[in-house]
Design a protein around this ligand. Sequence first.
Ligand SMILES: [Fe+2]
Ligand SMILES: [Fe+2]
Length: 248
Amino acid sequence: MSLYAIGDLHLHFASELKAPGQLTDPVWRGHEERFLANCRALVRAEDTLVLAGDHSWGKNPEQAGPDLDFIAALPGRKILLRGNHDMFWDAKKTAALNGRYAGRLFFLQNNYCAYSDTALVGTKGFTFEGPFYLDRRRRIVGWDEREAARAEKLVARELERLRLSFEAARSDGYRRFVVFLHYPPTNILEEASGFTAMAEEYGAQQVVYAHCHGESRFHNSLEGLHRGVSYSLVSGDFLRWMPKRILD
Ligand SMILES: [Fe+2]
Ligand SMILES: [Fe+2]
């Protein structure tokens, strides 16, 4: 039995594509077929696959339907996290999505999922992405204060949601955790954040995140072991559409 993760499929079987680069960049060309073939070769029925957000360009559950059906038809148990582009998924209506896809997909929001003796917890997260101001040598010398203040509020809300997820698992007796975020756990200037602090507080083994796609963004946040927690990026183009093994 294995646990795998990947994010940022950005499917658009029945919706308008919002990132034209997806059509021209070779890593995205036919990515659905390559991803499907990789999953069929790698993931077995008893395995779990976490999809770390940005599943679909669909604006509502109807437009996202074919994309979610594509994911549901993949091998293994599928757990979905909200991404910033998942407009079809209103956080307050997660229970309705879980009802609609019961037995096919699990939507993780203010809840958790058990994987053997480990609880898979998570939320979308949030990261301040600028605008940053650069000097002539392209060093960051400042940033947009209003956007930074807005980001602080969004981070606080996501931290509350992550704590709800941890507490739901802990009250059921779980002491081992893997954290999934859509956004990276820190912004490009940080080495620590509320998310890294919470992962440490609960003794999480790993933090797995997506959202950083395009080569220039692959190293925007933590990777590898930091203060006892292992961090990894699982955006689909970074992984070349091959899900990453998280736990055996
Ligand atoms: Fe994305
Ligand atoms: Fe994203």
